[in-house]
Design a protein around this ligand. Structure first.
Ligand code: AGP
Length: 608
């Protein structure tokens, strides 16, 4: 997700208001930034790679202000972080900033190039500017924006400026947030209220399919059929710090709640249900090599390693390729036996984890095909692997990984289907998996409505100093991830085991002071998991069970139950991890800890 800001007003304050807005939005993305404002003679545009401070150094030299302007701080989705890919993007007299992902940008780009348009960046955003310019040859500014938007597929929040119309600013929203601040002498548009709240608390939330047309004196909102919309003004209840968290107490809780969107974004434009397969553009260059792959090794750390454990089950079951998962910190010091038919897949949210990067380099030196599943576009691992897939989860600020993890699972599921459909996975099975995957964002939303009940459970269990986290098959990695979450944000000791392993020793620890969190969805190993729960109860152990609708038997044995919607076994991890994230968050909060920045931890471990 990126930060966008627009300003139009009676006073010449565009540059200062826009830069101030970017500073407050920098948490949304910070690999490059840019600004364009009109000083009533011409448009002054300035872009810089790196943080907003870099841009400020460049733009303050202009010593100009303006009455209208746009600005952007980037979290790259298409095209690595650089000045040429930084927003605002321009096409002729059209200047534009964008937050979102345009799925059909490459097709539109080809059509525009045939009409003589010349592109200067690798971004999807620049296509929007050229589309508007093309339409503006025949239609006025507003209508050109509407007609261009009608051609776009994907998510966008855009703010557009026209060099010949400095008294006008247009914004449009489809699936990416856009809020309008109504000041005494100016209007401010932004991706979220944190860029607005210090100027005004009067806001109008723009909805999908709406266009805002602003002048320094008034604004109006239209839908895509050009029908004026009556919008209600609201008064912000937040201060600026809260606004960055959109009212949530911590970034971690905000990111947990962002998962219906981030999971949808991870699959956006990548699912082809009709053919029961997926389109992963980032792997196009190695598509043939993927057909020859005889072995897969995931290399990663921490939560990303746990995603690899889920991927192992998915790849073996659906692509039929022998798969293993290695701690990157171990892989790099072993003598791994890899060859050109081995795919070594690095999973990394930051794309900068030193151990994972070293493992990639080791694999590459041995001739393996190296691939990345990375969130940070243009990061070192993304650049050093032969090809890869981006998460599109946006910046993850909380140190404890949540939305990046579930978007990794989505990508692993898509990847398993892609490889499977190159081999023996049937069209019918492929369609079924993708149809179930498409339901996940809504199912996650449904689970999050249980937040209050899970918070209550967290308060009840926060007094314990030790936990077991237990699961079988697809849910064993989720037991490991749940144990990691509660360890890292509440400093509670938690061990995870395959449920079947408990009786081989660990069960000696069970007593009234040693509760177990058990993942027991109604799946192929449900009955086996049930017997494990009975073993724990027989030793007076407390059991909090995460199960699915219809699993009546388990309720008889559990002390507490969290119910999930039913999905196919391969996708249950995407649902089962959600309550564990919420549970560990509230255990940490009830212990009065800084859940966004836990002690001893860093968001990206770039040292050995
Ligand atoms: C997860 O909650 C932790 N912050 C940590 O384990 C993290 O997953 C690990 O350091 C790997 O980071 P990466 O995904 O950026 O490579």
């Amino acid at each position: 997700m990126c930060g966008i800001v627009g300003y139009i007003g009676k006073k010449h304050r565009a540059q200062s208001v826009l830069l101030d807005g970017l500073r407050r939005l920098e948490y949304r993305g910070y690999d490059s930034a840019g600004i364009a404002f009109h000083d009533e003679k011409k448009v002054i545009s300035c872009r810089a790679q790196g943080k907003v401070a870099k841009l400020e150094q460049k733009v303050l030299k202009t010593e100009k202000e303006g009455v209208v302007g746009i600005a952007h701080t980037r979290w790259a989705t298409h095209g690595k972080p650089s000045v040429r890919n930084a927003h605002p993007h321009r096409a002729g007299k059209i200047h534009l900033v964008h937050n979102g992902i345009i799925e059909n940008y490459s097709l539109l780009k080809k059509e525009l190039e045939k009409k003589g348009h010349v592109f200067t960046s690798d971004t999807d955003t620049e296509v929007i500017a050229h589309l508007i310019e093309q339409e503006n040859k025949k239609y006025d500014f507003e209508h050109a924006v509407i007609r261009a938007a009608a051609k776009l597929q994907g998510a966008y929040g855009i703010v557009v400026m026209h060099a010949d119309e400095p008294q006008k600013l247009i914004a449009l929203r489809e699936s990416s947030p856009l809020v309008l601040g109504i000041g005494k002498e100016a209007f401010i548009l932004a991706s979220d209220a944190s860029a607005i709240v210090s100027y005004t608390k009067r806001v109008v939330y723009i909805d999908d399919g709406e266009m805002v047309v602003l002048t320094p004196h008034e604004y109006h909102v239209e839908n895509m059929e050009r029908i004026k919309q009556n919008k209600s003004e609201e008064i912000l209840q937040w201060d600026e710090k809260q606004a960055q968290k959109e009212g949530y107490a911590h970034f971690m809780l905000k990111e947990i709640h962002d998962q219906p969107h981030s999971i949808a974004d991870a699959m956006r434009g990548r699912i082809d249900v009709a053919h029961g397969t997926v389109k992963l553009g980032g792997l196009a260059s190695v598509s043939d090599r993927l057909r020859d792959i005889k072995r897969v090794i995931f290399v990663s750390c921490g939560t990303s390693y746990n995603a690899g454990l889920v991927g192992e089950y998915m790849f073996e079951e659906f692509s039929g390729i022998p798969t293993e998962v290695e701690y990157a910190s171990e892989f790099r010091y072993r003598t791994p036996i890899v060859d050109e038919n081995t795919a070594v897949i690095a999973i990394s949210q930051s794309g900068e984890t030193a151990d994972t990067l070293a493992a990639v380099r080791e694999a590459k030196s041995q001739g393996a095909l190296t691939l990345g599943i990375v969130n940070a576009v243009g990061s070192t691992i993304a650049r050093e692997t032969d090809a890869g897939i981006y998460n599109h989860a946006g910046p993850e600020i909380g140190v404890a990984s949540t939305k990046a993890f579930t978007s990794q699972l989505v990508i692993l599921a898509l990847f398993a289907v892609l490889l499977g459909r190159q081999r023996s996975l049937s069209l019918v099975r492929g369609k079924e998996i993708l149809a179930e995957l498409a339901k996940i964002p809504k199912q996650v939303e449904a689970i999050l409505t249980q937040e209050k009940a899970i918070k209550k459970l967290a308060k009840k269990y926060a007094k314990y100093e030790n936990f077991f986290y237990l699961g079988r098959k697809y849910n064993y990695p989720i037991a490991i991830e749940g144990a990691l979450k509660i360890k890292e944000i509440s400093y509670v000791h938690a061990e995870s085991y395959p449920m079947g392993e408990l009786k081989h020793g660990p069960i000696a620890l069970i007593d009234k002071q040693f509760p177990s969190v058990v993942l027991a969805p109604k799946d192929s190993v449900y009955d086996k998991t049930l017997s494990g729960i009975e073993e724990i109860k027989a030793r007076s152990g407390k059991v909090l069970v995460v199960t699915t609708e219809g699993a009546k038997e388990v309720k008889r044995h559990a002390d507490d139950v969290i119910i999930l919607p039913q999905t196919i076994e391969m996708l249950t991890p995407l649902l089962a991890v959600i309550p564990l994230q919420v549970f560990s968050y509230y255990v940490g909060v009830s212990r009065g800890l800084d859940v966004d920045q836990p002690r001893n931890l860093a968001k990206s471990v770039t040292v050995e």
